[in-house]
Design a protein around this ligand. Structure first.
Ligand code: ATP
Length: 325
């Protein structure tokens, strides 16, 4: 029999659409198994400050379709210190929280791993980040919605690019990862994709533009924000210097990529891993991230989950090259 009576749930790091669906799943599953569940507001920062709210089945009504996170999120420098984590543990004790479900990305799991080593508290993580850069899950919660937001925006940019015969450099999110740029570039029919994983140099982009059809009136180049050759403005300047005859413009999509109603895929993923997280805690799992690989629930130690996923499928890059003729 598990000793767990009260699960604390929190969201941390960058927000991602589908986090609310995950909170809902954790809360309702805990209630289903006759456990108490406490919402911890503002991630680790709120944990340190004791921002705890008891959750019941109604507190998560009507949120499955909402972007953002009702528990709010934060980045906490204090939690990176032993003193900060001591305060956090003291608050958990004070509120009788005896297990945690943390929803976030690699930073959140790095913190959880350290916390779980220092204090005797079972922690399970859910992959909540638009970046899709965690090992141990095919997709992260928020990624599907974010890439759909991007292609919706790029389709609109394509309309204006086509009307004015313009080349658009479109920058998308991904601080360390080009996975958003890669997929959306394929889906939006981009001429080229610049991502940090492939260490593209600017000459490769010039080659691509020169090999492309000369009569093509609009061109889209997708750039991940972490791309080595520089951000969209830097790349645009180099393109302008080389091809002064191109009407080159920049569009940085920015924070719209984080918002909006979660897609069906994200809601289902969040619901599945949310249920599995509570069951995993009851089954004795700790210090693991719950994910879905090949449609099966999987458990990956935090250490492995945070090993940055830089595997780019070379077939996807080849597809861009073939289809942008
Ligand atoms: P995303 O990638 O979507 O932004 P994330 O979870 O990686 O999400 P971060 O801001 O990197 O977001 O991390 C969230 C929080 O996790 C940090 O603000 C910090 O409180 C905690 N954290 C990160 N790294 C550590 C660490 N080395 N030790 C303790 N806590 C950490």
């Amino acid at each position: 029999m598990s000793q767990i009576k009260n699960i604390g749930v929190f969201t941390s790091g960058g927000d991602a659409p589908g986090m609310n669906a995950a909170i809902r799943a954790v809360v309702r599953t805990a209630i289903y198994y006759e456990l108490n569940v406490t919402g911890i507001r503002r991630g680790y920062e709120g944990m340190i400050n004791g921002e705890m709210v008891p959750m019941d089945r109604k507190s998560v009504s009507n949120i499955i379709q909402r972007g953002g996170t009702i528990l709010k999120t934060a980045r906490s420098d204090q939690f990176k210190t032993p003193e900060g984590r001591k305060l956090a543990y003291g608050q958990l004790k004070k509120h009788n929280i005896d297990a945690l479900v943390g929803i976030g990305g690699d930073g959140t799991f790095t913190g959880a791993k350290i916390f779980g080593q220092e204090y005797d508290i079972p922690i399970v993580g859910l992959p909540g980040t638009i970046d899709n850069d965690l090992q141990g899950t095919d997709f992260t919660i928020g990624y599907d919605t974010a890439i759909n937001t991007v292609i919706d925006a790029v389709d609109k940019i394509r309309d204006t690019a086509e009307s004015h015969d313009r080349l658009f450099i479109v920058e998308v999110m991904g601080r360390d990862s080009g996975l958003i740029a890669l997929r959306t570039g394929i889906a939006a029919g981009a001429e080229a994709i610049l991502i940090p994983e492939t260490k593209t140099n600017i000459n490769a982009l010039f080659d691509r533009l020169e090999r492309g059809r000369k009569d093509k009136s609009s061109k889209i180049v997708m750039v991940a924000e972490a791309e080595e050759a520089g951000g969209a403005f830097e790349i645009a300047q180099q393109v302008k210097d080389k091809y002064p005859n191109y009407d080159t413009r920049v569009s940085i999509l920015g924070h719209i990529q984080r918002g909006g109603r979660p897609s069906c895929m994200d809601r289902v993923l969040a619901s599945r891993v949310g249920v599995a997280a509570v069951e995993a805690l009851l089954g004795g799992h700790r210090n693991e991230m719950v994910g879905v690989v090949h449609n099966e629930i999987t458990y990956t130690p935090f250490d492995s989950a945070i090993k940055h996923n830089t595997d780019i499928n070379p077939n996807l890059l080849k597809i861009v090259e073939i289809l942008s003729l």
